[in-house]
Design a protein around this ligand. Structure first.
Ligand SMILES: [Zn+2]
Length: 73
């Protein structure tokens, strides 16, 4: 029985534009490598949901976005 665990690295985001707090997101080495070299967020981490990508991309917390604009749909 094998459990594959992908090692992750803490990535500190920019400050959230709404509450001013930055966040730490666990990203895989591949995600970090793609993102820091300028790949579009959807290419750097295609498996993440959009709110998670927004958090990495510009630091916006999904809950802050929802509080300000309502449902992200
Ligand atoms: Zn926030």
């Amino acid at each position: 029985m094998t459990t594959t665990t992908t090692p992750t690295t803490p990535y500190v985001t920019n400050a959230c534009q709404f509450c001013g707090a930055s966040s730490t997101v666990e990203l895989t080495a591949a995600e970090v490598a793609a993102w820091v070299t300028g790949a579009p967020i959807q290419d750097a981490m295609p498996d993440r949901p959009a709110p998670s990508r927004e958090l990495v991309r510009n630091g916006t917390h999904p809950e802050c976005w929802t509080a300000m604009f309502g449902s992200p749909e």
